[in-house]
Ligand binder design. Structure first.
Ligand code: ATP
Ligand code: ZN
Ligand code: MG
Length: 486
């Protein structure tokens, strides 16, 4: 790598008179880079070319060393300005197409990348933006290679074929009966019979998986701060799927007077007026429950006797902007999940994963009687990182549980993910600084999608309670009646 930095330090007065003294002083300073300097009135100009340590680091070190010298001469230093910073580095692979990033122009020639940054303030080098810019360019080039490729999918188990009771879309039938009602984009209201089915799914999960394995319930807020999502990576991973939350500027009635006037007169919300009263969002609606759980544990050291820590949340729904992908109750913008989180040693997580797979299998085979399968999945970018899921011993990664949807047709391809089991290694315990008394901690989570369980079950078993499997009937002996609307 090559770092070629031209920067300037603003001085509090003209320093031409101390040039000779400065030359002597600089003669005694050792840096492992090419250094040129020039005093020009009240400016000290530096040119630092380095191939090892980054030039901006040298600039900051120099700045520190110069302070006493200028102090002695009663000259103040007023910060460093980046005039021109050129960084050259080699890529792993050639870029397929051009790459652009903020704050710099980027040129790529084969495997050589060059970025040019001009006219930036001191925070730019103090906050190490340059390092992250280089990393971002590498990431973007790597991404060009897996763009459009499917995630890795490897079947690990499949149930026998089961006869479907019908081949209709349960969401449509639920709607036809009036048991569910669409309440805006991808959000449903569940009337008593539909709510009872979903709660039965919840009881089945709690009584057969969550409680027997010793998971304890927590209740978390529905808002998630940006800080949390920056740590988990959600904000950079799926900024386009988040529902953002705005606080009002004020809760004083007078502040809202014009908004209310307009509303009362037009019976419509004046969006422009509304936006004037909102702060920019700093948080969003829960996307998955685990990030808030990690934030609650951030900075803590877990007692050895409490490992593995097993907790779950079912208090808050998850919201995701699914845009055009929505369908019925199976792909919605607001859904209900139980999410369990496990934190412990690698060995403990290996055991939990086994037990979870056993318990889930029991539910799908013996209670819901589904045609289902399990597959190891790895997003392509993780395969690059060497987590390819092929190795038997490797427990990092995700197992998806899928069910066949007869109404969609062909059982060779029409399957829906109904839940997953993930182990993320030390990614989150590191990001949130969660430590063990002695042990190194890993973590993982499993999201049980109640709408997905319900859809899979109804799609395979039909809508006639009499025909439902006995295992399920135990959890829902009778459906509450639907109110009659005249
Ligand atoms: P998909 O690939 O179907 O979009 P995902 O990979 O986004 O799923 P995860 O983030 O792994 O899903 O969430 C875990 C579980 O949450 C899923 O297995 C599913 O049960 C549920 N889930 C996710 N998105 C939705 C949705 N839009 N509607 C209903 N349930 C969902
Ligand atoms: Zn999670
Ligand atoms: Mg998704």
């Amino acid at each position: 790598m090559k770092f070629d930095l031209r920067c300037s330090i603003q001085l509090s007065r003209d320093a031409d008179d101390i040039r000779e003294e400065f030359r002597k002083f600089m003669g005694g300073i050792k840096i492992d880079a090419e250094l040129e300097w020039e005093i020009n009135g009240d400016m000290l100009l530096l040119h630092i070319v380095s191939t090892d340590r980054r030039s901006h680091e040298w600039a900051l070190r120099l700045y520190k060393k110069l302070a006493p010298f200028f102090g002695k001469n009663k000259i103040g230093m007023r910060g460093i300005h980046v005039d021109r910073y050129e960084v050259e580095f080699e890529l792993e692979r050639e870029a397929i197409k051009p790459v652009a990033i903020p704050f710099a122009t980027v040129e790529i020639d084969g495997k050589m990348a060059r970025i040019l940054i001009e006219d930036k303030g001191e925070e730019f080098i103090r906050q190490n933006y340059v390092d992250r810019m280089v990393r971002r360019i590498r990431e973007k080039v790597e991404h060009q290679y897996y763009e459009g490729k499917k995630e890795y999918w490897h079947l690990i188990w499949q149930s026998e074929e089961k006869e479907a009771k019908w081949n209709k879309d349960p969401s449509e039938e639920l709607q036809r009966r009036g048991w569910i009602k669409l309440m805006g984009k991808g959000r449903w209201f569940y009337f008593p019979p539909a709510a009872a089915i979903m709660r039965a799914m919840e009881r089945i999960a709690i009584e057969n998986v969550v409680r027997p394995l010793g998971f304890k319930e927590v209740i978390e807020p529905m808002h998630v701060t940006f800080d949390t999502w920056i740590k988990t990576g959600h904000l950079e991973g799926m900024p386009g799927e988040i529902y953002y939350i705005c606080e009002p500027e004020s809760r004083e009635r007078e502040e809202w007077e014009r908004f209310v006037d307009l509303l009362k007169i037009t019976r419509k919300v004046d969006e422009e007026e509304l936006l004037k009263h909102l702060k920019p969002p700093r948080e969003g609606v829960c996307y998955a429950q685990c990030p808030n759980i990690y934030t609650a544990l951030a900075g803590k050291t877990l007692a050895e006797k409490n490992l593995p820590l097993l907790i779950f949340d079912r208090s808050t729904p998850s919201d995701r902007y699914e845009a055009g992908g929505k369908h019925g109750i199976e792909r919605v913008d607001e859904f209900h999940r139980i999410e369990i989180v496990y934190i412990g040693t690698e060995e403990q997580l290996r055991e939990i994963r086994e037990e979870l797979m056993e318990r889930y299998s029991h539910v799908f085979n013996k209670i819901l009687d589904l045609e289902w399968r399990m597959a190891r999945v790895t997003p392509f970018y993780l395969q690059q990182a060497g987590i390819d899921g092929e190795e038997k011993e490797e427990i990092k990664g995700t197992i998806d549980f899928e069910a066949w949807l007869p109404y969609r047709g062909d059982r060779s391809k029409e399957w829906l993910e109904i839940q997953n089991v993930s182990i993320v290694g030390d990614k989150y315990t590191k990001a949130f600084n969660i430590k063990g008394q002695k042990s190194e901690l890993w973590s993982g989570c499993s999201g049980i999608g109640l709408e997905r369980w319900m859809v899979a079950f109804l799609a395979q078993k039909g809508m006639e309670p009499d025909e439902w499997p006995d295992g399920f009937k135990k959890y829902l002996p009778e459906l509450p009646e639907m109110p009659e609307f005249l």
